[in-house]
Design a protein around this ligand. Structure first.
Ligand code: NAP
Ligand code: G4F
Length: 333
């Protein structure tokens, strides 16, 4: 079996690559052009995949890549994923997260390829918890709106053309590979500092582990096309996360509220009901909230210590600094 994973350099891309390789898949990792593609997450999990260029903004590029790789399954994880930034770059966000998915759907129309689309609990906005597949979508950010466009198009292509697409409505999932701007990773690192600047502490999220959630993605493509909520069913506030991280670290910084981290419109409370995924796919999460927080806090501490040691070593072994013109500075002066 051949799988193409878009957004392979991200958190889920790395965990999913590891899972699919374990299942015996040939995995192709689709990455977007950059001066230096970041394979840090894949390397941290010891995964090597064949990397292929892929840009969600460019139809011909998507089509060429799919025609070349000839995948049996595509996992579309590529997206602009930071909700806060989507208020600053709404056109770009909607193009990549919404129209980008339409480009993928067009590229596979009529082909025997199964597609997983990374939908999100952010589409629920402030709909009352707990949220399931029948809960109305009332998104509260350009990110959520773009994802809802994609979600609606996937359903339409499934009904209109028989496209074998499944959408996973995934609630927040985290890990030591999480991007640094997301609140959990910010806390996991910041808990070791003297102060920690945050925004809205009362927002509640249903936080699970990415390693568990990618299993649900794979299971969806082994069943008839459908949509599934994937969640732990337990929610905690940002404030709870700080306290759990402090317990894991054995220390607590001063928490400073900085309104610059507030959003123009906030999603207050997400808590998912994943009964359908449990009943149809046999999926259940295996990591508790406390285990997730502890793993992230400990890994953050290791990375901080490693980078401090590397920095110290490079300072000790450094000879004269290199000037911007490339000439070694004279330290005797
Ligand atoms: P992530 O770590 O931020 O990774 C996003 C990936 O998308 C990166 O590999 C990024 O490439 C790539 N990408 C960004 N713009 C692209 C473009 N124009 N063309 C092609 N690729 C592009 O996100 P994640 O946490 O793994 O999430 C995976 C997917 O699940 C996303 O679609 C996200 O919206 C969705 N989701 C995530 C969560 C969650 O809690 N993690 C919950 C629900 C849904 P670079 O490395 O070059 O930036
Ligand atoms: O960690 P966050 O930035 O994640 P958010 O907005 O829930 O989005 C994540 O989950 C979605 C699924 O529901 C994904 F689709 C999306 O791609 C992404 O992975 O913020 C979580 C909460 C928010 O309510 C935010 O206002 O934490 C609050 N928060 C408080 N202080 C903060 C901060 N968020 C960030 N990023 N930074 C803060 O300092």
């Amino acid at each position: 079996m051949r799988a193409l994973i878009t957004g392979v350099t991200g958190q889920d891309g790395a965990y999913l690559s590891a899972l699919l390789q374990k299942q015996g898949y040939e995995v192709f990792g689709a990455y977007r052009r950059s001066a230096a593609p970041n394979t840090t997450n894949l390397k941290r999990l010891g995964v090597e995949v064949e990397m292929v260029p892929f840009e969600l903004g460019e139809y011909e590029n998507i089509k060429r890549t799919i025609d070349k790789v000839k995948p049996d399954e595509i996992y579309n994880l590529g997206a602009m994923t930071f909700v806060s930034d989507s208020f600053d770059i709404p056109l770009y966000t909607t193009d990549v997260n919404g129209m980008g998915v339409l480009r993928v759907l067009e590229a596979i129309r009529g082909k025997d390829i199964r597609l997983y689309q990374a939908s999100t609990s952010e589409m629920f906005g402030n709909a009352a918890p707990s949220q399931n597949e029948d809960t109305p979508f009332v998104p509260r950010s350009p990110y959520g709106c773009g994802k809802l466009l994609a979600h609606s198009l996937c359903r339409n292509y499934r009904e209109a053309y028989g496209t074998k697409v499944s959408c996973g409505i995934l609630f927040n999932h985290e890990s030591p590979l999480r991007g640094y701007e997301f609140v959990t990773q910010k806390i996991a690192y910041g808990i070791w500092d003297e102060t920690l600047e945050l925004g809205n502490l009362s927002a509640k999220r249903d936080w699970g582990h990415a390693k568990d959630f990618v299993e649900a993605m794979w299971l969806m493509l082994q069943h008839d096309p459908n949509d599934f909520v994937v969640a732990t069913g337990e929610s905690h506030s940002v404030f709870d996360f700080v306290n759990a991280a402090a317990d894991a670290a054995g220390q607590k910084p001063e928490v400073v509220i900085n309104p610059k981290f507030y959003r123009p419109t906030e999603v207050n409370h997400l808590c998912g009901d994943a009964s359908k995924a449990r009943d149809y796919l046999g999926w259940e999460p295996s990591t508790t909230f406390e285990e997730l927080v502890t793993e992230m806090v400990r890994e953050a501490k290791c990375s901080i210590s490693t980078s401090a040691t590397t920095q110290k070593k490079s300072q000790l072994t450094k000879s004269a600094p290199i000037q911007s013109n490339g000439i070694q500075a004279d330290q005797s002066a």
